[in-house]
Design a protein around this ligand. Structure first.
Ligand code: SF4
Length: 494
């Protein structure tokens, strides 16, 4: 039997389906982040079901498909308004429809996704196979919808307006025609009857795949995938060039890529000192090294916010008022159940003056958060203007590490988690109870929703403060490294 999830596995990567059917033991169980995403999907599924009054749910239909198919038929015959997890089996293909909604002329298929407005191709495959099986089962399908989350919905009231929270997008015009699905089904039969297919390695497509460890096990750590786009990297691998250092010198079509090849080949950094000096000259004292931690509630927790919006609940700030001056440290961390943004704004306006650069790594994130604070919250006009002024003064420490300062240990990445251990190895996140933004979000959830003892709360707060403080201190150290690089005598690097 083929399920709709197996069909979508095939559509995104045929090898994934082959492994799932023939070598399941090589697949790894979902990690905490993937599990959390799945749980979130289930929560949203339950919320969506409530939008269909009179709906009847078939529970755990996947455990006994034959019984679920019979129950679906019986409920349809009864003329219920909607069936959640309606089951259909045609030509040995099983689909469970999130919501099958009765209409005057037939039935609507509604597929629920917990994602935002972006419609991924795989959603279309998912709905298309449902439409195929349900139609072939003799059910008149009137329309197919994707029910997903309206990330533009700005909640201004205490209660969520579910009519605005959910988007129902008509998918009829995009559906895959039955002939094409039948071709896919024939290809699937041939695939499953054949030997293991080769992997189509893809940096983005393979990320989060349960076969990742298996498919990538022979890819060396300094592989061409670290620097090149997936198609180019696959081309190199087909030519037997596995490592960046083996790419012929000067053969790439951009200076940046040629510099990376040179860095891997020589194991020496590439530094464009003039460009780094130009970046440093753009910094204006006082320097405010600034970092937010944010939560991202799917369903808005507070007025004046949107689904999935990044909501700052903490910041760390290191301030240096003049060249070679001492550093001061300030911070903010939410308490209680109130909207953390108001406390955040108050503390920011207290500690950040009207002049000077704000320094952040991947600064577009912090800048965007500050702009939203100014735009979304009902603050006095003077505070809104002060926040807008702050947002206009961000400088990004990531910028020089994109092409002007390349280090062999950065593994082709400018993210702080790769740049910092390369250049400031003594400042490590290893062993810290909270060691990345995901951990910080989990800590927020525990503090906000969890039932912690006072001692547990105090410990978690201390861990959060230590993590965020390290983030801003890391930027202080990176700027020091950049300054040292331009002060060194010319001759190394570029
Ligand atoms: S890791 Fe990549 S190539 Fe392997 S099955 Fe998953 S998506 Fe396909």
């Amino acid at each position: 039997m083929l399920s709709k999830s197996q069909y979508t596995k095939y559509k995104s990567c045929p090898k994934h389906l082959w492994l799932y059917r023939h070598k399941k033991e090589v697949l790894t169980p979902p990690d905490e982040a993937v599990q959390k995403k799945m749980d979130r999907g289930n929560d949203i599924g339950r919320l969506a079901q409530r939008q269909f009054p009179g709906g009847v749910a078939i529970s755990e239909a996947w455990k006994d498909p034959a019984a679920a198919v019979a129950q679906t038929k019986a409920l349809m015959a009864r003329g219920v308004a909607a069936i959640c997890e309606a089951a259909f089996l045609y030509d040995d293909i099983l689909v469970l429809v999130d919501i099958l909604q009765k209409t005057p002329a037939g039935w609507n298929i509604v597929e629920v996704k917990s994602s935002g407005k972006n419609i991924k191709p795989i959603y279309l495959d998912d709905i298309s196979i449902q439409n195929y099986v349900v139609s072939k089962s003799g059910v008149p399908v009137e329309h197919c919808y994707l029910m997903h989350i309206n990330t533009d919905y700005f909640q201004t009231t205490e209660q969520t307006d579910w009519g605005q929270f959910f988007l129902k997008t008509l998918m009829d015009a995009e559906l895959t025609p039955p002939q094409e699905i039948e071709r896919d089904l024939a290809d699937i039969k041939a695939l499953l009857a054949g030997p293991e297919p080769p992997a189509q390695l893809d940096k983005n497509g393979c990320g989060g795949c349960e076969a990742y460890e298996y498919c990538w096990k022979n890819v060396p750590p300094d592989s061409v995938f670290e620097v090149f786009r997936s198609q180019k990297a696959r081309d190199y691998m087909a030519q037997g060039i596995l490592r960046v250092q083996d790419v012929p010198a000067g053969s790439c079509n951009s200076d940046k890529l040629n510099h990376w090849v040179e860095v891997y080949r020589t194991q020496q950094p590439y530094i464009d000192r003039a460009a780094v000096a130009h970046w440093l000259n753009g910094l204006k004292y006082p320097l405010y090294y600034f970092d937010f931690e944010t939560c991202q509630p799917v369903v808005p927790l507070w007025r004046y916010s949107r689904p999935y919006q990044q909501i700052p609940f903490q910041f760390s700030l290191h301030v240096q008022r003049k060249a070679n001056g001492p550093f001061e440290h300030y911070q903010y961390l939410f308490e209680g159940k109130q909207d953390p943004r108001y406390g955040c704004v108050e503390a920011m306006l207290k500690y950040i003056g009207a002049e000077g650069s704000l320094i952040a790594h991947h600064a577009s994130f912090e800048r965007g958060c500050v702009q939203h604070l100014a735009q979304d919250l009902p603050l006095p006009q003077a505070q809104k203007e002060a926040l807008q002024h702050i947002s206009s003064r961000f400088v990004d420490t990531e910028a020089p590490f994109k092409q002007d300062y390349l280090h062999p240990h950065m593994h082709g990445s400018s993210s702080i988690k790769k740049v910092l251990p390369s250049l400031v190895p003594e400042l490590s996140y290893e062993g810290m109870p909270i060691a990345n933004g995901g951990d910080a979000m989990n800590a927020f959830d525990l503090l906000y929703f969890g039932k912690l003892t006072k001692q547990q709360q105090a410990q978690l707060r201390a861990d959060l403060l230590a993590y965020c403080k390290q983030d801003t201190w890391a930027m202080v150290k990176l700027v020091e490294v950049l300054r040292q690089s331009v002060q060194q005598s010319a001759g190394s690097g570029c």
